[in-house]
Write a protein that binds this ligand. Structure first.
Ligand SMILES: Cc1cc2nc3c(=O)[nH]c(=O)nc-3n(C[C@H](O)[C@H](O)[C@H](O)COP(=O)(O)O)c2cc1C
Length: 395
């Protein structure tokens, strides 16, 4: 987002206030934001809010006097890296589909050659109306990126489609459309987070992994154009529309899903922390509490990286979470499991690793080690994906 010119169009729907959150996040991410509001949007939220958040004057009227924006609809439209309409009313979608230019926003949309993204938000009945559906289809056919809507309770009380997609998910889609597309045409299997094993219907063994690193990898890979199979117990709502989430519970579920996914992908990044041990059996009924201690027998789970068959040319990257002898253990894992790369993680440090936003890793293969500086998990994910592509070139 850094340095990108975003034109944010806001139209007259009840979700207009959410555009303020988006504007603020774009500014924090380093984008330059110009906000254009329709007259009806100003009935829902004050231009002053956007002016303050973006640090730029907000454009509303086409024929304002004195005319400050003379040919602004042309210049704005041409400097934009991305034009995004949040929320997009049924009315604006209809105008776009039919080439109507009767206010500043709709005129600027006709004048732009920038990619255009539209986040519809409206009452379920309006959303499902054939006119709106056909207009959205027309826009899609012309290359406009029409986002899905979320389902849920709408402001009018209806429950169904038509709710504005999460701001986080809109931001994700914007980053995706602006990112370099060096993974386009590739597909990836990515695992994230812990697995779990039941002791009985209420008790569960799992571990401290939050999945953040794997989710970042899935997010970045998808933004760079990859098709991603994400194998994990949970998946953040914001990335669900952009990955093929394959939900799993146990380590053997994960092994099966990885084997299936690897049938058609170009490689595997195993960022998950599957349980190495699981209870010897799962009790059907809840185990009753007694005054005695409870001796639990755990058995080994399947070793996914060691046992999953691979195809020629597939890149396989593993993670090693170690609390001692980091490099030595990572090299051993790389060799024993025939990996192309191991991302070695020192879990003894509280400031990085599990649950934290940052990580400091060493990329280890049989020949060398590359120690990366401490950085956000999102930047670590980018570095790992860069290495993925370089390894792929050598295969
Ligand atoms: C309280 C209220 C809420 C509205 N919410 C929406 C909405 O969420 N989506 C929508 O498409 N239209 C909604 N409308 C209707 C639009 O405001 C109306 O179609 C208007 O002409 C849109 O103008 P614009 O597209 O130029 O902003 C709402 C109207 C009112 C009075």
């Amino acid at each position: 987002m850094k340095g990108k010119n975003i034109v944010l169009g806001v139209t007259g729907g009840i979700a207009a206030y959410k555009a303020a959150d988006l504007c603020s996040r774009l500014i924090k991410a380093g984008a330059h934001v110009d906000v254009v509001m329709t007259k009806h949007a100003t009935a829902f939220i004050q231009p002053l809010t956007f002016q303050t958040l973006s640090g730029n004057p907000v454009i509303i009227e086409q024929f304002e006097t004195p005319i400050k924006w003379e040919l602004a609809h042309i210049s704005l439209s041409q400097k934009a890296d991305l034009f995004v309409i949040v929320p997009a009313t049924a009315n604006m979608i209809g105008k776009m589909a039919n080439g109507i230019a009767d206010d500043f926003l709709s005129t600027a949309l006709l004048a732009t050659t920038a990619p255009v993204m539209v986040a519809p938000a409206m009452n379920t009945k309006m959303f499902e109306h054939l006119a709106v559906q056909e207009n959205m289809e027309t826009l899609r056919r012309r290359g406009v990126f029409v986002l899905e809507t979320a389902e849920g309770r709408l402001a009018c009380g209806d429950i169904g489609k038509g709710k504005l997609l999460d701001v986080e998910a809109i931001l994700f889609a914007m980053k995706k459309s602006l990112a370099k597309a060096d993974f386009s045409g590739l597909s990836l299997t990515i695992t994230a987070g812990p697995t779990a094993a039941a002791l009985d219907p209420v008790r569960l063994i799992t571990n401290r992994s939050t999945g953040k690193m794997g989710f970042e990898l899935a997010k970045q890979a998808s933004q760079r154009g990859a098709k991603v199979d994400l194998i994990a117990r949970t998946c953040p709502k914001s990335i669900q529309p952009f990955v093929n989430w394959m939900p799993i519970e146990t380590t053997s579920d994960m092994a099966e899903a990885v084997a299936n996914s690897l049938q058609q992908t170009d490689g595997l990044i195993m960022a998950a922390a599957p349980l190495d041990y699981q209870p010897i059996r799962v009790e059907k009924e809840k185990i009753k509490k007694t005054n005695d201690d409870w001796q639990l027998t755990l058995v080994r789970t399947v070793d996914i990286l060691r046992t999953t068959p691979r195809k020629e040319g597939q890149v396989v990257i593993g993670f090693a979470a170690e609390s001692q002898n980091l490099i030595e253990n990572a090299k051993k894992k790389c060799k024993e499991k025939a990996l192309d790369l191991v991302v070695a993680n020192d879990i003894s440090r509280a400031d990085i690793g599990f649950g934290s936003e940052e990580n400091q890793v060493v990329l280890v293969d049989l020949n060398r080690e590359e120690a990366l500086p401490k950085m956000t998990k999102s930047s670590v994910a980018d570095c790992i994906l860069d290495r993925f592509l370089r390894i792929r070139e050598t295969k």
